[in-house]
Design a protein around this ligand. Sequence first.
Ligand code: GLU
Length: 311
Amino acid sequence: MTDPGPGYRGRFAPSPTGPLHFGSLVAAVGSYLEAKASAGEWHLRMEDVDAPRCSMVAATAILHALEACGLAWDGEVVWQSRRVDAYAAALESLKKVDRVFPCACTRRELADSAIAADGAAIYPGTCREGLAPGRAARAWRLRVGDARVVFDDAIQGRIESDLGREAGDFILLRADGLYAYQLAVVVDDAAAGITHVVRGADLLASSPRQIFLQQCLGVPTPAYAHLPVAVNAAGEKLSKQTRAAPLDIARPGPAMLAALEFLGQRPPPGLSAATVQDILAWAVTNWQLVRVPRGPALRTEFCPEGKGSTP
Ligand code: GLU
């Protein structure tokens, strides 16, 4: 694993597209505990760069839910919507060294392309050597070439990616004028001096892209640990789309304990009537990353479909 240097700085980076549910609580709890058990800082970033999908109502609900769970963040909340200048500067620096190129392709023109793990089209290279006459730039893409990325994930083990084949030249500035998640996350993690990224394994396929982009921008690569993602009985990731229940912030204890169980920690039965502060105090002292189950997904029975049931 890359040596992140002294001082642990972790983060939780929710996208405010809906309230915190059990799946996102697992990422919050896992990243918090790994930071605090390492005597580190835990920062909070609202990933509202994709403004049309995000809302202030959801962001406020997430902040309240984290507070109700006793998950206190260090420093100020970073809002991606306020960091567009930093993303623009990063893209400019990549333009200067010809690491990016303008792309005129429409979604329909890319419809026959192979699909990457995140659902995006693997770019066939149409505009890589220049725009065809009469075509206007819609998006900006990173030149990936035949880059390979290898890293050791603290939970999922060694990850090797043939980026050219698995992701292709990916988008940094979208046709709708918004900066892509991949660029925003790399710029923000670097600006915040994040040394450790602990997040859901649904983002595992993004990590090689982010590491390659870090190399292109000349910023450090943090250490990675990808937690299993909570899925419902149908194998679907808990999300707003799969009707995952918002966290019951009036009674967060059961969800906190379920998150600890999910992460392979073994909270004693005596904690079932404890406050979230006591639950967290136990969890920080007893947290062991090696107990987190390895694997991309894990089934949970905890409020999987918004029925409000608690174990
Ligand atoms: N905003 C992303 C999400 O909510 C997480 C990004 C990250 O942790 O790098 O899925």
